[in-house]
Design a binder for this molecule. Sequence first.
Ligand code: HBI
Length: 104
Amino acid sequence: VAKKMTALDAGARATELPPLTAAGWAVVSDRDAIKKNFNFANFNEAWSWMTAVALAAEKLDHHPEWFNVYNKVEVTWSTHDCNGLSLKDVKMAKFCDEVAAKYL
Ligand code: HBI
């Protein structure tokens, strides 16, 4: 059975969020989510990056909310199961940055 994700507690947030905000992620004010806008060199790179993230999302069973236009991708992470931020969101955000570092 898939592990039900629990929302990050205050301690986990204090540990996990500062590195993400330093990397350009923002906590979305009207919901408990994190969002970042990526600007790649072109659509091909944006789409390649999205492909890598999509495969990781499928593997982790944790999927992005994202918008892409040409070289830009806006991605938001939140966990429906706990209606907030969980460690899966942190894990996927870090993965997004790891893959983006290869392009940017
Ligand atoms: N993706 N972002 C996100 N949040 C979830 O809670 C989530 C998901 N993908 C699949 C998933 N949950 C499934 O575990 C549940 O829908 C059963």
